[in-house]
Structures are given as structure tokens and as C-alpha cells.
Design a protein around this ligand. Structure first.
Ligand code: TYM
Length: 397
């Protein structure tokens, strides 16, 4: 079977900044440039072929073939383990800074759920209430309390409670602390500043925090959930903005005589206004939240979604749309899973047979279903379910 990576739009870019706290780009994020800067590897056709063969007959996730999960570190090593029947665990996370996730946040979580199902592995999910307290104008009580609705949104993605441990840093810190200290002792202020750009004006909590996000990459932080396995390999699915934390982790791992965590990175779900930045939870006009009503989704897309279509009907018929900058089409690339329909829309919109309004209508239907399904799942999740996921206990694997 010939499994080609689906065609990617070409990019031309002038300036960009991607950190765990900000994504800005003058002309759409240049992901090739990012791979070079960060030193990760592109997920190429050989790797896609390998994954597909290994998991056969289970189907590969369309986000890999569409280049949405596009970059990795040491994914081959994880596949080697899987091939030999050896165990690894998954680690991902979220900073509880808002009452609801936006649909961009769903990417790493939906993909992690797929990984958990396909590879049948245990998963730990870190909620960084401490990070959001240090970075945002929020009290510790606020960020800690937001962990509960955040956990419900995450659980609604379908995770298996027997294989999943969710924790907030405030609650679990005692278990993490020995590993945090080991990491902190091995990282100089110079290194942290080089990676994260901290300045003299930053509070010392921020400068110490990276070790807290690094620590769950090592299985010894999970004596009970991971059954005392001291050096179980770890795979981290996340947006590429989180990579700096794990570059640091990979740098210290050999000095701690531990496995470097492997990573698989997703691209950003762009803001409604265009792909110069990512969708952000703190700006409601850039984002569709998982709590939005069908009406709100329709209104936001119709009013704010940046169009790559032409100004007039005549011009659109004649010249067609620029798919690369068109947000309704770009968003469909993320959430319209039917490949044939996506290709048909792309072709017709690009050659002027379809109009922006029609593509927006397609997108509205897709997102209303996605968000509606999420809300239905979430309404079934109780506080007791959250307690169950957060209980320190042995996971099944
Ligand atoms: P946070 O809460 O900013 O984001 C949670 C996850 O969502 C990804 N993400 C996006 N992906 C696609 N499109 C977007 N527009 C978008 N916005 C956010 C992020 O890359 C992330 O994967 N410090 C972390 C929490 C954390 C964590 C981790 C994340 C702790 N440990 C381990 C990943 C892996 C944070 O504040 O993420």
C-alpha cells in the first residue's frame, strides 16, 4: 500500500515566535523552520508506514497523515519497544487557566486517547495549577478549583479510568518533589534562561517551574500508578509550543541515568482571525470553546472566521479561494475526518465552484457535532468520576 503524507500547503514566512506562552507569526507559523530551530524530526512517510504496519488492522489516525501531528523525538524508539512487546507510558497535560477548553486543546487530548487505545498504555495527565498561578493574574484557589472542570473536559475525551491518572501539581507535589529536586540541581539558571528566555524581572517561581513539568516524564514520579517501575519509557503527545520543557528534560535525563522521553508534536489550531497565532483560551473572540452553544458557534464562524475567498462572487468564481490562509478550510482539515469530502471541498473552493459561505456552513455543521458530542459526554461526568481519575492508585497495564 502506498501511504503518502497528504499534500501540505507551502509556506513563506518572515518572523515568528513560539514559546510555551506565546505563538506569534507574521505570516502563518513556519513549521519546517520550527523543526530546525527546535531540533526535532519531521514525521515522514517511512515513519507513517512503520506505524501503519505495526498497528494493523487498527487504522492510523488521520491527523498523522494530514501532517497535523507532524514532528517527533525518538518515536522510533517507542515503536521498537512496542514491537518487542515492552511497555511505555503516555504523559500529557493542561494548565487550568479558563473554565473550558477550546477546540484547539482537544487536539492533543483526542490524539492521546487514540494512542492509549491503540497501544494500550497507561497515561498520566498533569494539571499545572501552580504554573497558571505564577504566570497569570489569578489566585492559587482559582487555578486549583479550575482543575476540576478542566479534568471533566479531559475525561469527556473518553479516557479509560483503569489506565489513566490525572493529578494537579498542588495535590501531587510531594510525590513529584524528589524528582523535581534532582532536575533542579542539574539545571543552571543560564540554561533555563537560554531555553525559556526568563529575565531578571521574572519571579523565581517561574524560573523553578520547568522542573515541575519535566518531572512526570520520569516513571519514578509515579511509584504507585506505574507500579514502582523506575525507568519506564515515556511518550509525550503535545503541541509543539511545549517542546522547550522537554528539550530540557531530554538534556538532563542521561545525567540522571534515565530514558529520555519521546515526543510527538501537533501543529496549532489557528485563531478564528487567521493563522498568525494559535487559538487562545484567554481571548474569547479567537476561540470556539467546548461550552459554546450551536448558535454561538454559528455566529462566531460567520462573523469572525478569516476568509481566503475573493471579495466578490464574480472574482471568487473566476479566481477561487486561497486555501492556505482560509480559516474555515484550515479548520475543516483538523476536524472533517471524511477524506473524500475534504478533498472535494478543497478542490471546489480553490477553483471557485464553492463560496466562502458554503464552506463556513460545512464547518459549522462539523463543529456543532464535535462540540455537541463533547457536551453530551461531559454531562455524564460527575465529581465522583473526577475523584476516581485523581485517586493515587495502581493503573492497569
Ligand atoms: P496548555 O493548557 O496551554 O495547553 C494544553 C495542550 O494543548 C495544546 N494547545 C494547542 N494545540 C493545538 N492548537 C492550539 N491552539 C493549542 N493551544 C494549546 C498545548 O500545546 C498543550 O499540549 N504547561 C502546559 C500544561 C502541561 C503539559 C504537560 C502539556 C503540563 N505538562 C505535558 C503537554 C504535555 C500548558 O499550560 O498547556
Amino acid at each position: 500500500m502506498n501511504i503518502a503524507l497528504e499534500k501540505q500547503p507551502a509556506k513563506k514566512v518572515t518572523t515568528q515566535k513560539v514559546t510555551p506562552w506565546a505563538v506569534e507569526s507574521s505570516d502563518g507559523v513556519d513549521y519546517d523552520k520550527l523543526i530546525n530551530e527546535f531540533g526535532s524530526k519531521r514525521i515522514d512517510n517511512d515513519l507513517i508506514n512503520r506505524i501503519e504496519k505495526l498497528i494493523d488492522p487498527k487504522p492510523i489516525h488521520p491527523w498523522i497523515k494530514r501532517g497535523i501531528f507532524f514532528s517527533h523525538r525518538d518515536l522510533n524508539k517507542i515503536l521498537d519497544l512496542y514491537e518487542k512487546g515492552e511497555k511505555f507510558y503516555l504523559y500529557t497535560g493542561r494548565g487550568p487557566s479558563a473554565g473550558a477548553l477550546h477546540v484547539g486543546h482537544l487536539l492533543p487530548f483526542m490524539f492521546t486517547k487514540w494512542l492509549q487505545d491503540v497501544f494500550e498504555c497507561p497515561l498520566v495527565i498533569q494539571l499545572t495549577d501552580d504554573e497558571k498561578f505564577l504566570w497569570k493574574d489569578m489566585t492559587l484557589k482559582e487555578t486549583h478549583e479550575l482543575a476540576i472542570p478542566t479534568a471533566k473536559d479531559i475525561i469527556a475525551c473518553g479516557f479509560d479510568v483503569k489506565k489513566t491518572f490525572i493529578f494537579t501539581n498542588l495535590d501531587y507535589i510531594g510525590h513529584l518533589y524528589p524528582t523535581i529536586l534532582e532536575i533542579q540541581k542539574k539545571v543552571t539558571l543560564n540554561t533555563a534562561r537560554g531555553i525559556f528566555g526568563f529575565t531578571n524581572g521574572d519571579n523565581i517561581g517561574k524560573q523553578a517551574f520547568p522542573a515541575v513539568q519535566c518531572a512526570p516524564s520520569f516513571s519514578k514520579s509515579f511509584k504507585v500508578p506505574l507500579k514502582g517501575l523506575k525507568n519506564m519509557p515515556c511518550l509525550i503527545p503535545c503541541g509543539i509550543d511545549q517542546d522547550p520543557y522537554f528539550r530540557l528534560t531530554r538534556d538532563v535525563a542521561p545525567r540522571m541515568k534515565l530514558h529520555k522521553p519521546a515526543l510527538i508534536h501537533n501543529k496549532f489550531f489557528p485563531a478564528l482571525q487567521g493563522s498568525q497565532t494559535k487559538m487562545s483560551a484567554s481571548n474569547p473572540n479567537t476561540a470556539i470553546y467546548v461550552t459554546d452553544t450551536a448558535k454561538q458557534i454559528e455566529k462566531k464562524i460567520n462573523k469572525h472566521a478569516f476568509s481566503g475567498g475573493q471579495e466578490t462572487l464574480e472574482l471568487q468564481r473566476k479566481l477561487g479561494a486561497n486555501l492556505e490562509i482560509d480559516i474555515p478550510y484550515q479548520w475543516l482539515r483538523f476536524f472533517l475526518m471524511d477524506k473524500e469530502r475534504l478533498n472535494e471541498i478543497g478542490t471546489k473552493y480553490e477553483n471557485g465552484q464553492m463560496l466562502t459561505g458554503e464552506v463556513k456552513t460545512e464547518l459549522i455543521t462539523v463543529l456543532q457535532k464535535l462540540v455537541g458530542d463533547h457536551q453530551a459526554n461531559r454531562s455524564k461526568i460527575s465529581d465522583q468520576d473526577v475523584t476516581n481519575f485523581m485517586q493515587v492508585r495502581e493503573l492497569e497495564f
